[in-house]
Design a protein. Structure first.
Lengths: 195, 66
């Protein structure tokens, strides 16, 4: 079964000509990569573009032999996504110009409303959007560390290198992010269920 | 008993040159960290957003055309 193969086995099969292996690999990690991107850029269309660019670059780098297997394929992909996000905002010079309202309207308007009970779907979507917006209550530097750590599985050393700060700073940001997030969650009494 | 911050231990474990080079049993600390921030990890797991399958198809189409 192709699904049982490790990331490295899938990379190897792909490089030997099996395209279905790379599709399996992308499907395995797509949600974590996409979540990292959209929570960082806060715009669905931009997130979709960066998602595609990320995997195109991943594939190009695999062909160029730039991936060194250390059992951390997802971390490597997240680092590529992170660099593409930085490149994008450097080019556009629009860091932090997207408002929370832009983000919520964008996500909400492009969802599919065709399946299931429409009312339930809308309520779930609204709850999800509210919850997602909470992550943006964290300062950007704390948010970045917690997303890289949780979705990308990066070590603190890698996070420090990726974000150009010392390891102590990365650790401190993680600690404050955890404390703040727990406080926010408690204050808002968050639940993702619809009764 | 000497005390050390959980985050410091996590850092040490992350960056050991040899993964088998366990200098201390961190299980107790790890359990404490997991339990202390369980609500946060659960929150982040719930936050996972599904990527549209069409995005994967677009990537596969692009590489197939090369």
């Amino acid at each position: 079964m192709i699904q049982n193969k490790t990331d490295q086995e899938l990379v190897q099969s792909y490089l030997e000509g099996d395209v279905s292996s790379i599709e399996t690999l992308i499907n395995r990690h797509k949600n974590k990569v996409y979540t990292y991107i959209i929570l960082t850029v806060r715009n669905q269309h931009l997130a979709e573009d960066i998602f595609q660019d990320t995997f195109i670059k991943v594939i190009k780098s695999l062909h160029e032999g730039k991936y060194r297997d250390d059992g951390k394929f997802l971390s490597w992909v997240i680092r590529i996504a992170h660099n593409l996000i930085i490149d994008h905002f450097r080019k556009e010079k629009q860091i932090n110009t997207l408002t929370k309202r832009d983000y919520e309207a964008d996500v909400f308007n492009t969802r599919k409303f065709s399946d299931g009970n429409v009312e339930d779907f809308i309520i779930k979507e609204q709850i999800s959007n509210d919850v997602r917006s909470l992550i943006n209550e964290l300062p950007d530097d704390q948010k970045q560390v917690i997303l890289l750590r949780h979705y990308g599985g990066l070590s603190f050393k890698e996070i420090a290198e990726q974000t150009n700060v010392s390891i102590n700073t990365a650790l401190g940001r993680m600690r404050y992010a955890l404390i703040n997030l727990r406080k926010i969650i408690k204050e808002k009494n968050i639940t993702l269920t619809v009764n | 008993m000497p005390m050390v911050k959980t985050s410091t231990l996590i850092y040490i474990c992350d960056n050991l040159d040899d993964e088998n080079e366990k200098v201390i049993d961190v299980d107790a600390y790890t359990r404490k960290e997991e339990s202390e921030y369980e609500v946060v990890w659960q929150f982040l797991d719930d936050l996972l957003i599904e990527a549209d399958q069409n995005l994967v198809k677009k990537v596969i189409n692009q590489i197939s055309q090369r």
